[in-house]
Design a protein around this ligand. Structure first.
Ligand code: TRH
Length: 352
């Protein structure tokens, strides 16, 4: 007898930028499409979703505004409740969870980190201080023993079908020039950017034209010698992967684009989400320690994150070697179960 679809509620409070909504939407879609769960995404700010997935209302996830305060029917809670980034579901919902016939599997989906302690904390239960409920910490990660990374089952098929020339034509990008280095740039406001543009302008040449594509950028297009800086519209999430595939080097930030750059298997530069007391530099270092090319990446990545001066020519000289390692790294990561599959297994074990 086939089991009824698992009901899952995901709660997402948008802190800032796009990452909260981006991660939750990606996970919600995989659970609904690949695992046939019935997923409701409760989100307090729809603006990022309109940009990431303009057609989100068409399904397969039921998107709901964050619930207004007030009682919640006990029979309207889900079997799996995912609280993204410790956003705390509404108190009435938590009470209803405690009152439901079977306590749901309740996960706190944490931010991604490469730090070594993550594997030891992944999956740990934490009893609710007052109610008969158990919340599990669910840590994404790069290594076995963590919750893994979000990766759709159709990723490779989409990549195989990708046509770079058609993509460039669709976005009115000139055809790739001989010897062109194509770069995508997605970053937080970065004081190092002016230096980088100067270094790019000096480095670009007739044999090595440099085209920098800036999705979501409001800045006007600029050409400096053989350097072209080109704004693009903010792309829907599934098309952002295509931009990463069309480029030779990708500047990414935060959490989700950082992961997508690794799946794209191209050299990339990560601007980590800044945190107080330089806590973000600890996370940056943890990833560089994990990555096979960490030593070659470190000076330029640190400078892009505000520590030291950028050496673009030195970094560019490494690109051929970085390209080879990027493919090997993507294969290594793809060898682990993806986050959604691992989460489904984790929950089914506890729903028996
Ligand atoms: O937007 P972000 O800075 O989000 C941040 C981080 O997630 C950070 O970890 C979190 O603490 C903070 O939010 C609250 O960066 P991120 O994570 O890369 O999310 C951006 C998303 O936008 C990602 O899914 C890629 C997507 N994107 C597009 O879909 N189209 C685009 O054109 C661009 C530039 C990005």
């Amino acid at each position: 007898m086939t089991r009824k679809p698992i009901r899952c509620d995901i709660f997402c409070a948008v802190v800032d930028n796009y990452g909260d909504a981006a991660v939750c939407w990606r996970l919600a879609c995989q659970l609904a499409i690949e695992h046939r769960w019935r997923v409701r995404l409760w989100i307090d700010e729809l603006a990022p979703l309109h940009l990431l997935a303009p057609d989100y209302a068409a399904g397969p996830v039921a998107v709901r505004p964050w619930p207004a305060p007030g009682p919640w029917p006990a029979d309207d809670t889900a079997e799996v409740v995912i609280e993204a980034f410790a956003c705390e579901p509404p108190p009435a919902y938590i009470e209803a969870m405690a009152g439901s016939a079977r306590a749901p599997v309740w996960l706190n989906l944490e931010y991604l980190s490469a730090e070594a302690w993550v594997a030891g904390s992944h999956g740990l239960p934490s009893p609710h201080p007052r109610l008969p409920l158990l919340k599990h910490f669910y840590f994404p990660g790069f290594a076995a023993g963590t919750g893994g990374l979000l990766r759709e089952r159709d990723y490779d098929a989409r990549r195989a079908a990708f046509d770079e020339a058609a993509f460039r034509a669709e976005f009115a990008l000139p055809p790739r020039l001989p010897g062109e280095l194509t770069v995508s740039l997605f970053s937080y406001p970065n004081p190092a950017l002016a230096d980088l543009i100067g270094a790019w302008a000096a480095w670009a040449s007739p044999q090595r034209p440099l085209r920098v594509l800036r999705p979501g950028s409001e800045e006007a297009a600029r050409t400096i010698g053989h350097l072209s800086l080109q704004p693009m519209p903010f792309l829907p999430q599934r098309r952002y992967d295509e931009l990463l595939w069309a480029c030779d080097l990708n500047f990414v930030r935060g959490e989700d684009s950082f992961v997508r750059a690794q799946w794209a298997a191209k050299p990339f530069v990560w601007q980590i989400y800044p945190q107080a007391e330089d806590a973000h530099l600890v996370k940056l270092e943890a990833f560089l320690t994990l990555h096979p090319d960490g030593a070659a990446l470190r000076p330029f990545w640190l400078a892009w994150n505000g520590v030291g001066r950028l050496d673009w020519p030195g970094f560019a000289a490494n690109l051929p070697g970085l390209a080879a390692t990027s493919q090997e790294w993507a294969r290594t990561l793809a060898g682990h179960p993806d986050l959604a599959s691992g989460l489904v297994k984790f929950c089914l074990k506890r729903l028996k």
